[in-house]
Design a protein around this ligand. Sequence first.
Ligand code: PLP
Length: 430
Amino acid sequence: MEPVSLENCEQLVRQPTSDSLTGSSNVLVFPKVPEQIAHRKASLSSKVEHFTESVIREMTRQAMLYGAINLAQGFPDFSAPAEIKRAAQQAIAADINQYAITWGAKSLRQAIAHKFKEWQGISLDPEREITVCCGSTEAMISTLLAVCNAGDEVVIFEPFYENYGPDAILSGAKPQFVKLHPPETPGGSWTFDEAALRKAFCPQTKAIILNTPNNPTGKVFTREELELLRDLCLEFDVLAITDEIYEHIVYDGERHISLASLEGMRDRTVTINGLSKSYSVTGWRVGWTIAPPAISNAIRKVHDFLTVGAPAPLQEAGATALELPRHYYQQLAESYRERRDQIMSTLVEAGFHPFLPRGAYYVMTDITAFGFSDDIRFTEYLVKEIGVAAVPGSSFYHDPRDGARQVRFAFCKRDQTLAEAARRLERIRR
Ligand code: PLP
């Protein structure tokens, strides 16, 4: 047996015994831990008790279990652009295999600054205002951990991308939800009530999280809506954290506007983006924040101690990706527009009442017509008996009852995948 040092170890005591097997007269005995202490030590973080595991990721596991087509999780089942895959291969061949600078490879930060200037007209200092993270997922939690204190409130539109609720809780903040209401007419927009939004702001409000183009609704916030948010941020001295990961996936002549580009918002916005959706590389885990130097500094500290850095060779490939010409993004949006139209007609034919998305690659749909007791029973039936995985609407709301009549389908899939899903959905019982 390895010798045990008793120095600095108050829990261990030596007791004289006569152990006839070992012949030793000294064995280590652990004193009984008092019950209250044992209970406290055995319990887990109370923060974690306030949220569940990701339902979206769980639906992917279910899709694999039942051999279902996965229209649940938002990852493409087609290839990424050849030039960026080549750039990644070349970076590894060139031995870019060690840690990059913790806040991001210089080449990628320069490419981000260049693209932001070209698309949003905003000049950035890549040395002080950009932090590369492990996906926009890490960018969001690093930002919230960097800016929030206990007692702060964070305004979140719901239905929301499911990470935002847990992110706010983990950062010690209290989420305040503001409803987006489904369109009342086919093809209409999701809307929010101006008075309800104003009511969500108070002296404790630290930040608002905005996701445009929006997952799960497909809403693209208009300039007027953004101006309203801007006015409230200025009035209540609130930081805007905008997740713009679907910026290039917009339809029907909609235009994505970065909140940071509105007058007064440059210095109170953290813009989050990443490679995952624009370049179909969700597994590469490269995202970033754009924020004024003082906020970037705080984000960098959190990011460094959370992950040290994003994958170095994939950051180099990211720089190549961001230099793709404009027509790449036009083709991306057009190919998703075709898929959107395809899934819309599939869903209508199968008896759904889907809400037409104007951006991103998801459709929220009403399921009332099928007569199921709730969205969970319905998605169970879909995955097990129809062979198509979707996400229950309740996972996008803080009160599950609000999403009990909705489910979300992702359509970032090949034509043949969507065609097979359509064939299976024809068998749905009505
Ligand atoms: N933000 C939104 C709104 C998303 O829908 C997703 C993924 O589905 C992410 C962030 C995750 O992005 P990343 O892969 O960069 O972490």
